[in-house]
Design a protein around this ligand. Sequence first.
Ligand SMILES: [Cu+2]
Length: 151
Amino acid sequence: MKFRLTLTLAALMIAGTAHAAPAECSIDVEGRPGKQFGPDHIVVPASCQEFTVRLIHTGKNSKEKAGHNWVLTKTEDIDAVMTDGIQAGANNDFLKPGDARILAKTPMLRGGETATVTFPVSRLRAGQSYTYYCSFPAHAQHMRGTLVLQP
Ligand SMILES: [Cu+2]
């Protein structure tokens, strides 16, 4: 009886694994105290249909004091997106509403919060440099990373 139960549990665990999203099509990104993203480089496999980023704010501050989000743009767009975002203000998470240059984004989080964003990989092109950053004022200088599509 005990042996059979063990087998059943093992089968359930295998079934659970099979239903989970492929690990390489998702990644956890930590927004850390000291305005750091970990990791600061992401490689998206072209074999993925969609890619999911789970942002974890590992700090303790409020959203107003030191919020973190994860915003993806082409590297050449980031300066203009940031300039427009600062003008859009805190009510818009420092992002211009409807900005088509923003390829993916999470909400602004406070310490301890987690958010997930999933975007179609067809949005990315091989050979194009992408940058992700936190749009909270004065965070982006340090709080940014690069993303590429792996052909
Ligand atoms: Cu931040």
